[in-house]
Structure formats: structure tokens, C-alpha cells
Ligand binder design. Structure first.
Ligand SMILES: [Zn+2]
Length: 301
């Protein structure tokens, strides 16, 4: 592992590395569409049930709410309440701030635009979310500064190319559709459980009736909201788009001069995991590429 501090080489970005949404961000935005429409159908149904005389209000407010998640105060609430993040201590900041400042200097961006957080999970990881959230786990704080810089440069790449904003928007607009799926699954499980319970007394006819009821329920859901079916079907494409975003963020870090240090981090992860043992299916649905593939691309960039 290279223990020498890795200094950024350049602040002049080549054309393909200029800021703004890149191909991964645009693709991810397009792939939000089926989940967005599924959720919109859910909100239209909800609006017509809860407030039939003004059924447009709930769906319109929900569509507009996509802007609200980027309000700094709301992003803070989401970070604390839903993403298991907390404020860094003075000691954490003394470690994190200089490293983040160095990355922002290399990229020529104002570090005050972003807010630093500690994420609560155990492993070594870092996150970029929304318009200004940058988080690291406690284990990441123990990295040598030049490796932590490389990790943060990757996260800054997600911000500079629009991945973090699109990701938060996608997460937000999927919530009603996901909520509907969970609700339908719970109702179906409940009906089947009741059927199984009464089958002890009434025989197979009760089980058959409960299965038929569940099938009718599912057919009704598909009839009302066929877009829901597209979500699992598109999962491999969404995962591929996310992996493309990871490669792009790696390339952004490499352009700032952090390629060798980022490779060292990935090699460390690869060694700690004992290689990539994911199944073929897990790889297809993974949001992140295999470490070995990222290392290879960084070597050739
Ligand atoms: Zn990433």
C-alpha cells in the first residue's frame, strides 16, 4: 500500500470530466420513470379515496415534493432520520475536514457547499446523497489520509456528475409504489395465513378460496397499476446504470489525481473480502461493480 500522500496532479478537467449530469445520471433519471408513474397512480388512487372532491391535490403536492427533498433542512432531516447519519464529533471533524478540504481544493469546488456526516454502519464505506450530503463510516476515518482523500474524491465525483441528486430523487419518488407493494404483500400474506388457519377446520376448500382471493387481489393491483410490474423487470437495467455511475465517479477521482490511491483502497477491500464471491445473479443486480473490475478500469484510465 502506498503510504505517500497522493497529491492531485491537475485542476483542469478534460471535456468528458466537466461538471454536470453525465450519461449515468441521465440514464438513472430516465429509469426512474416507471417507478414514478407507479407511484403517481398510487397517489391518484389515494387522492380519490381520501379527498374525492379535490382528488388532484394529493398527487400534485406529491409531484412537487420532489423539489423539497433538496432543501438543506429537509436533507438534514432525511440524513438523520432515515439514512442513519449523525453529526461528526469535534475529533471526527479534525480528521475529516482537512481531508475534505484537500479534495475540494483539488476539484476547485467550495467545500462549504457540502455537509459532512458520520454514517452508522460497521464496515468501511462512504456515501454521497442529495445535493450536499457526504458521509463516511467510522471505519473509513481510520484510513490513512491519502486513501480517505481518494474515497472522498469518488463521492465528490457522484455529486459533481449529478448521481447523488438523481439517486435521492429516485428513492423519494419510489416510496409510494414500494409502500403499495409492501401493503399488497402484507394483505396477501394475511389472507393466506387466515386460509391456512381455517383449513384445519374446513379442509382444502378454504385454502383454495384464500389462494383465489390473493390471485384476484394481485390481478386487481396489476389492472389498476401495471407500471408496478416494470419495477422488478427493470431492476437489472437500474443496477447496470448504477454501476456505470460508480465507474464514472472512479474516473472523476482519477482525473483529480486520486487513481492510484483509489486502486489501493479497492485492493484493500478485495483482499479483506477474499475475492469477489457474489453469484452471477447478485452481480447482475448489484449497484456496485466488482472491486476487481473497478481496479482494472482505473489502471487503464
Ligand atoms: Zn460510489
Amino acid at each position: 500500500m502506498d503510504e505517500q500522500p497522493h497529491r492531485p496532479r491537475t485542476r483542469i478537467l478534460p471535456v468528458e470530466q466537466r461538471r454536470g449530469p453525465d450519461l449515468a445520471a441521465v440514464l438513472s433519471l430516465g429509469l426512474i420513470a416507471p417507478a414514478f408513474i407507479s407511484s403517481l397512480v398510487v397517489m391518484v388512487l389515494l387522492g380519490s379515496i381520501v379527498w374525492p372532491s379535490q382528488s388532484w391535490v394529493i398527487p400534485v403536492v406529491w409531484v412537487l415534493s420532489g423539489v423539497v427533498v433538496f432543501v438543506p433542512a429537509i436533507e438534514t432531516v432525511l440524513a438523520k432520520g432515515l439514512f442513519d447519519m449523525h453529526e461528526p464529533s469535534v475529533r471526527d471533524l479534525s480528521r475529516l475536514e482537512p481531508v475534505w478540504a484537500s479534495v475540494c481544493r483539488a476539484a476547485g469546488v467550495n467545500r462549504e457547499r457540502y455537509r459532512l456526516w458520520i454514517e452508522g454502519s460497521k464496515g468501511l464505506n462512504a456515501f454521497a446523497a442529495g445535493g450536499r450530503t457526504v458521509a463516511v463510516t467510522r471505519a473509513a476515518l481510520d484510513l490513512p489520509p491519502h486513501l480517505l482523500e481518494a474515497v472522498l474524491a469518488h463521492e465528490l465525483g457522484h455529486h459533481l456528475h449529478g448521481h447523488a441528486r438523481v439517486s435521492l430523487l429516485g428513492w423519494w419518488y419510489q416510496l409510494p409504489a414500494r409502500g403499495a407493494i409492501v401493503l399488497v404483500a402484507l394483505v396477501a400474506k394475511g389472507v393466506l395465513a387466515v386460509g391456512r388457519f381455517f383449513s384445519r377446520f374446513g379442509g382444502a376448500a378454504v385454502v383454495l378460496a384464500s389462494v383465489l382471493l390473493v390471485l384476484i387481489l394481485l390481478a386487481g393491483v396489476v389492472y389498476l397499476n401495471p407500471w408496478l410490474l416494470l419495477m422488478p423487470l427493470l431492476a437489472p437495467v437500474v443496477a447496470w446504470s448504477s454501476r456505470l455511475g460508480e465507474y464514472r465517479a472512479d474516473r472523476a477521482a482519477a482525473t483529480l489525481g486520486y487513481g492510484p490511491a483509489l486502486r489501493d483502497v479497492l485492493k484493500g477491500w478485495l483482499a479483506a473480502a477474499g475475492g469477489d464471491r457474489r453469484t452471477w445473479r447478485a452481480r447482475v443486480l448489484a449497484s456496485h461493480p466488482a472491486h476487481v473490475d473497478r481496479i482494472r478500469r482505473l489502471q487503464s484510465s
